[in-house]
Design a protein around this ligand. Sequence first.
Ligand code: 1HE
Length: 259
Amino acid sequence: MGFVSFDLQDDIAVIGLNRPDKRNAISDSFVEELDGIITEVESKAKAAVLFGHGPHFCAGLDLAEHVKKTPFEGVHGSRRWHQVFGRMQYGKLPWFGALHGAVVGGGLELASCLHVRVAEESAFFALPEGQRGIFVGGGASVRTARLMGVARMTDLMLTGRSITASQAESWNVVQYVVPEGQAKDKAIELAGKAASNAELSNYAIIHALPRIQNMSGEDGLFVESFIASFTATSPEAEERLNAFLQKKAGKVTRPGDAV
Ligand code: 1HE
C-alpha cells in the first residue's frame, strides 16, 4: 500500500500517483490500490483530480514486474487495467488530469481515460512500447487513438518520438496547457466548476458523449433526444431553469470575463 495519496478539498478528491522513486511506474498492486481509491472517491467527492508526485506524471507500466510475467499473466494484467481505468472513464464522477514531466506508455493510457487533461508546458508524451518490444495494453489503442487519431498514434509508436505539451494540445490529447507548477491548481479549479453542475448532467456528459461518438449519426441523435428529455425533466433541472428565468442564476460569460 501507499502508491496513491488521497486528499479531499471540499467536494474535490485530489488523488496523487505516489511512487516517485520509480517515476510512478504502475505495478499490479498499484492498480489494485487505485481501484480501492476510486470506490472511496466516488462516495466522498463530486469530481476528482489525478496528478503525479515527483518529477513526472507517470512512466507507465512497471517494466521490472512485467518482465517476469507469462503471456497469460500479461493478458490478465492488461484486462485489469482496462477494468480499473474504465471505472474512471465510465464512473460516477468527472476526472481531471494534472500532467507534468513524462506522460508515457501506460501513463498516457491512464491520462487518456480521464475526462479533461491539463498539461504543464514541460510535459512530454510518448508511447515507447515498440522500443520495449511490447504493445499498448492499458487502453491506448481505443482511448488514445480516439484522441489523437490512428495515424499520429502509429507514428508515435513506430518512431518512439515524444511530443511537447503544445503539440499534445494541437493533437487533442490535452485541453489546457499551463506554466510550470500550475497544472494541479488549474485542474482543481476546473473540477470545482464541474462539481457545481447537476450530477445527472455530468453523468450524461461523461457516459453519453463517448458512446454516441461510437454510433451512427442517426442513432446518436435518437439517443441524444432521450437523454436530453430525461435530464431536463429532473427536479434539479427544473430548479436550475427557474433560477435562470428568475434572474437568480449567472449568465454565460464572454471568454476572459470573471465567472
Ligand atoms: C521504472 C520505469 C518503469 C522508470 N518501470 N521502473 N515505460 C517506459 O518505457 C518509460 C521508461 N522510463 C523512462 O524513460 C524514464 O524513467 C523517464 C523518462 C520516465 C524518467 O527519467 P528520469 O531520468 O527522471 O528517471 P530514471 O533515472 O530513468 O528512473 C528512476 C527510477 O525509476 C529507475 O530505477 P532505479 O532503481 O535505477 O532508481 C528506473 O529504472 C525506474 N523506472 N520508469 C519500472 N516504467 C499496460 S501496457 C503499458 C505499456 C507501457 O507502459 S510501456 C512503457 C513503459
